[in-house]
Ligand binder design. Structure first.
Ligand SMILES: [Zn+2]
Length: 84
């Protein structure tokens, strides 16, 4: 029995879903970055990835984000120097 194709699932995040989503660490509201497909917690400076329209609310999966400011220690790492 084949199921008919139902256009129920949308690839984009639902704004109502966004309103109930909070950071699992600090419980503050998240900002949706549509371009990066990430949910950003400004308090923790973490960006939670959205995979296939499903937010991955795991601190382990989140990447650190520092908007407008790069925190670099005294010894900067340069893994790929430009070719001279
Ligand atoms: Zn947070």
């Amino acid at each position: 029995m084949a199921l008919p194709a139902t256009p129920l699932k949308e690839p984009t995040m639902d704004n109502r879903l966004l309103e109930i989503l909070v950071c699992p660490l600090c419980k503050s509201k998240l900002e949706y970055d549509r371009n990066a497909q990430e949910l950003i917690c400004h308090a923790d400076k973490l960006a939670y990835p959205i995979r296939d329209g499903i937010p991955v609310m795991l601190a382990d999966e989140a990447r650190q984000t520092v908007p407008g400011r790069v925190v670099t220690p005294v010894d900067p790492v340069d893994p790929a120097p430009p070719a001279a």
